[in-house]
Write a protein that binds this ligand. Sequence first.
Ligand code: ADP
Length: 694
Amino acid sequence: MKGDMEREKRTFKQEMKDDSNLRRLAVVVRDSNDAVTVQDFTSRILAWNLGAERMYGYTEKEALGMNVLDLVPQECREENRRMLAGLAKGEPVTSFETRRLTKDGRVLDVWLIVTTLPDEEGRIRAFSTTERDITERKRKEQELIIANKELAFQNREKEKRADELIIANKELIYQNEEKEKRAEELKKAVADLRRSNEELQQSRDALKASEALLPAAIDILPVGLWIIDAEGKIVTSSAAAQRIWAGVRYVGIDQLGEYKGWRTDSGKPIEAHEWAGARALEKGETTIEQEVEIVCFDGTHKIILDSAVPLRRSDGSIGGAVTINQDITERRRAEEALHLANAYNRSLIEASLDPLVTIGRDGKITDVNAATEKVTGYSRQDLVGNDFLEYFLEPEKARAGYQRVFKEGCVVDYPLEIRHKDGRITSVLYNASVYRDEKGEVSGVFAAARDITERKRAEEALRRAVADLKRSNEELQQFAYVASHDLQEPLRAVASFTQLLSERYKGKLDKDADEFIAFAVGGANRMQTLINDLLSYSRLETRGKPPEPVDSHDALGRALANLGTAIRESGALVTNDDLPKVLADESQLAQLFQNLVGNAVKFHGKEPPRVHVSAVSQGNEWLFSVRDNGIGIAQEYHERIFSIFQRLHSREEYPGTGIGLALCKRIVERHGGTIRVESEPGSGSTFFFTLPKP
Ligand code: ADP
């Protein structure tokens, strides 16, 4: 009993060795250009290779189970029957020339080789035929035969004539030449035939060489290939297979548990008998690309596609299996990364408060974010697939913008109005650009809208406020002008008559009368100054000249001349640095200096006034400063003093109307500059102002 088993094992090993050869051959046979088929004695087709598919036009699926007689033309059926009878009687294997029918009805000349396929007991239940298409060769042979026959006929003819007739020598020679020519052709045809025979031999050699190449080819396969025997033991493993698993364990089917993994779809671990290879072996199942996560022998994890097919012996029993593993770890990882990146991008897009939309080349919306749903009032499902123009107040303008994106690649701040389902309008600015597919072809437009409803509202409010302000300013100016101008006349009368009163009746009435008259004269004079100041203030705009390059030094000169008396009386010393040319209205510039220097002289402390004027360059402007050593100004008044009628002292302390600095501010601002003061009480003041360079 034990002996039997030993023997069985030995023959099995032998068989496996043969089997591996057989399998290699099987691949060769499968791909051969010759039609190789297996049939049984009822003429049922059991196997069908690629060559047969190509030659006869039936796919393997169509051919399996088909009757061979479908391929045998009527006139060859008898011959086929004889062959079957001979094979059944055990007559030796034969080869012969015959004809076969293709699926589309062509008749082929074939060279047919019959090989019987004995089963393990030596009984012949099936046989294989190999058919080579020799239609072309036959045609050539046929031509040759015809040529031959013709030659023979001609020869006979010529000889007959030679016997019967006396023909001219030349004629004979000619005939001979003809014959030689034909003979030459014949030789050529024979050579052709020989060559085609040689080619046949060569292809047989190539076949042998390719058998030897097979193991090498297995090793350079990018996928891992395993061949396992009927016991589940690994017989062959390609280099890629060992790379994938970081090694190989030549185990039997019951120890396949050494190979660890689980299905990625269910997460269930794979038992020894569940591997694709084991199932092929034990149940004859074919598995195609089952995704499995494996634990390799070095402890790393990989994701592979596991496929297996059973290898059947000629009697149909399973003699082993072929397993193919494909490492897709990197692919999965890349897919996952892509998936994550997509999810990340998507969340960014969704988080955007700006309505974002993609539009295909046909103008149909392909994607939107939540902000778009909000601004239109329609859901994503409603929007996607619809024409984007539908959601704008001015569809034609929207279309023009869309077309511009295609023409120029993008648009920036393109104004449009989106219409909400409920009729509400949102003003937006569109920024859009084309986007391309992997091939670089423009596949659509990506557009982002910025809601500017609020901005527009604010702009409108501002515009209205500015207009209101301008109008009220103009009215005020008009009022100041009219008031001061019309007041001048009666005031002049009051002033001159009180003056007269004072001149004529001073000392002639009582003391009180003198005092009252003096008050009236003083009041009238003050009022005249006030009205003059007011007039010049209101005339600033109306009488102002357009700015032109002027020498600020000259303007200061004029101001100092006007201040002559005040400067002399106070004993002030006014100095200045080099002063530049500026872009200004010259008389207003003189007025500016006059007011500032005048104040500097007026608001002096115990020391005699010291005033210094200078200018430094600052970009496109000159920064002027008028510095004094006077009483200074407390921080809290630094702004207020530039408003009209704002004074910090009583008339008795320091005379004035409170218009001077307001006038300065308006002059400077009219020239596009700014004015401010730096000062502290008791430490003097410095007034800074800027004017444009010419
Ligand atoms: P006025 O000189 O007619 O009073 P201004 O508009 O010229 O009016 O000046 C407003 C106020 O600013 C002045 O009353 C004074 O209190 C203060 N002021 C202006 N210039 C100076 C200065 N150089 N030093 C101290 N105080 C000043």
